[in-house]
Design a binder for this molecule. Structure first.
Ligand code: FAD
Length: 596
């Protein structure tokens, strides 16, 4: 069913059902908005009595035309909640899990092809792409009893994240952090001298880390009887995929082909780095994959793009001795993070950079013998073109949606290559799901893995939905910058009334003992519900510390829940509890506060 649209339902009023003891109880959260597409059983509102809280589920699937309640309203059985544009009667008869197969995209669905040939292999579940999304989906599907085939063009599993992304970058960032920390010890009376860098050994260590993890995945696939087929997959129709088999180190075609017939499919074909069109093909111009190869340590490097990937690689190279310039079109680095966090990072990292050119574009790059000559335009542009030994392009990643023959399967792909899905990760074609970078932002491994589990479970008929309140982001720079849930900028843009508490690490015993007290921990609470809706940490190990905020946001904690939780002393994690106490006005680790 690649067709679209909601069949002929009119507007229906959805009312509060019989909710037992709940009578005249306040609405503490409204979970849907006009225009939202909802499934039967999706939560609509959350009510809270003095005894417990409960979610009111949707009685059927449809589109929300109007929301009739607001946070703070008191409701009882029969109170109207919203007006629903219900689906056609045919859909209403299907089970809840299957109802999620509504076409999610505004993109017109292509007409699927039809393949009449034979198949070399048959399976219940085919997963295309073995990144964190793909292998997690395949393993979960196999654990749920489905005969699963995993198609991957490269020889090792793990996709971008394990091979050329999260893991190798963190292996190098760890080396950089230890090196920087060792250098800093001179201030505390211990001097190690200038580090000696053995680039081959460092590269070898990074490769060993990657190999350990990807080898582990191959073993786990075997243990689950997930059949791995190595090659480039292209859809032939909604139930067949052709795989051009590959070999060697990369994706060299062997010339052989295999056709796989599948019952269900999860597309997890990921993304690749964007290349700027005017940049010459030159070995000194690299993307993140090239930078992670660590072939040389350039004297001067230009990082194009001041996002997380660019800044992480800048950290590694600058610790190894490279002087760095960064050019960014936007008016700030690390887009997405609140500016107060970025400011702390900037202050510490200033010495790494010669120039940080904001609101500036690269307009031309000329490959010369003595280097790459780069011209700039914009507010931060230097008067003269600059010469670099290396350029790192880190201007974003684009999804692989247009490279898999999705149209033959009838799967709608938007202009940029993204595949839209519903909350069960279903595409417009009911038995084909999509997950990970290919379905949209944020392009992060942990998002891909959670979507993978939902897709595999939904394919197995479970009522799983991707309904996260927060997806954390971390820049593994030094200091680390981490945030989860709503940022202050998002609260302002969405008109959410919020209160915040910021605990400065200058008052944290552990941060001071570590000689790293520049950071802070910030909690953001909804003024109406008093629950935590976001938070952020800048400081060493912020990426590990943020997990507590993730859990607190998902659990709907209030400041008392967090502040009264006993945190171990002396730790950086204590700062989370202290920030919550600060919000409540009961913190004794800071000078007395004004009453809220
Ligand atoms: P991918 O990992 O892109 O995997 C897709 C797989 O599909 C690939 O193996 C590809 O070869 C295969 N494939 C594609 N098309 C076909 C085809 N037609 N046939 C066969 N196989 C195919 N995220 C984090 O959460 N934390 C981090 O610290 C982090 N650091 C990063 C650092 C760098 C330098 C980069 C580049 C990315 C980083 N990311 C990080 C992002 C993270 O790597 C991605 O979000 C994640 O890998 C996406 O997973 P995925 O399964 O959607 O796709």
């Amino acid at each position: 069913d690649a067709g679209g649209g909601y069949g002929g339902g009119g507007l229906e009023e959805v009312r509060v059902p019989d909710i037992g003891d709940f009578d005249d109880v306040p609405v503490i959260e409204v979970l849907v908005r006009p225009g939202d597409t909802i499934r039967a059983e999706d939560s609509l509102i959350t009510l809270e009595s003095d005894k417990a809280s409960m979610d009111v589920p949707a009685p059927k699937a449809g589109r929300v035309a109007e929301v009739l309640v607001a946070v703070g309203d008191r409701v009882s059985q029969g109170t109207p909640i919203l007006m629903l544009e219900a689906e056609g009667a045919a859909h209403a008869a299907t089970p809840a899990a299957a109802q999620a197969a509504e076409p999610p995209a505004a993109v017109p669905a292509p007409t699927a092809a039809s393949y009449a040939g034979g198949a070399d292999l048959e399976c219940e579940m085919l997963v295309l792409g073995a990144g964190p999304g793909g292998y997690s989906a395949a393993f979960r599907a196999a654990d749920l009893g489905m005969k699963t085939v995993l198609v991957e063009r490269y020889g090792s599993l793990g996709g971008v994240c394990l091979n050329v992304g999260c893991i190798p970058s963190k292996a190098l960032l760890h080396v950089a952090a230890v090196t920087d920390a060792a250098n800093a010890m001179a201030d505390h009376g211990i001097a190690f001298g200038k580090p000696k860098i053995d680039l081959d050994k460092l590269r070898g260590w990074k490769e060993k880390v990657v190999g350990k993890l990807t080898g582990g995945l191959a073993g786990m696939a075997k243990a689950r009887k997930v059949e791995v087929v190595r090659g480039v997959g292209t859809f032939l129709d909604p139930h067949h995929l052709e795989v051009a088999l590959t070999g060697g180190d990369g994706q060299e075609p062997t010339g052989a082909k295999q056709v796989i017939k599948f019952g269900k499919c999860i597309i997890a074909a990921g993304s690749q780095s964007v290349k700027l069109p005017f940049i010459p093909d030159d070995s000194r111009v690299v993307d993140s994959t090239g930078a992670l190869k660590l072939t040389t340590i350039p004297k001067r490097m230009l990082v194009i793009g001041g996002g997380i990937i660019g800044l992480e690689m800048a950290t590694v190279y600058s610790t190894l001795g490279t002087r760095i310039d960064v050019v960014e079109m936007l008016d700030g680095l690390m887009a997405g993070a609140d500016r107060d966090l970025v400011k702390v990072w900037e202050k510490v990292n200033q010495p790494r950079f010669d120039k940080v050119m904001l609101k500036t574009r690269t307009t031309a790059v000329k490959a010369q013998k003595n280097g790459l000559k780069v011209s700039f335009e914009g507010e931060g542009a230097p008067a003269e073109p600059q010469l670099y030994d290396m350029i790192l392009q880190a201007v974003g990643r684009s999804p692989n949606g247009h490279k898999i023959g999705a149209e033959n399967a009838g799967v709608a792909v938007d202009e940029r290559g993204f595949i839209a899905t519903d909350k069960q990760m279903r595409t417009n074609v009911g038995h084909i799901f999509a997950i990970g970078d290919i379905v949209g932002q944020p392009m992060l491994a942990h998002k891909a893995v959670h979507e993978a589990h939902v897709a595999a479970e939904a394919a197995a008929g479970h009522k799983s939905f991707f309904d996260a309140r927060q997806i954390p982001s971390v820049a593994y720079t030094d200091p680390e910058v981490a945030w989860a849930g709503k940022t202050e900028a998002e609260c302002k843009a969405e008109g959410i009334k919020y209160g915040k508490a910021v605990f400065p690490w200058a008052a944290s015993g552990r941060a001071i003992a570590n000689g790293r007290d520049e950071g802070f921990t910030k909690l953001i609470f909804d003024e109406e519900t008093h629950r935590i809706i976001g938070g952020a940490i800048v400081g060493t190990q912020a990426g590990d510390l943020i997990s507590e905020l993730c859990l607190a946001i998902e659990m709907g904690c209030d400041p008392v829940d967090i502040g009264k939780t006993i945190h171990p002393h002396p730790t950086l994690g204590e700062s989370v509890g202290m920030a919550a106490e600060l919000f409540e006005g009961v913190c004794t680790d800071l000078p007395p506060q004004k009453k809220r």
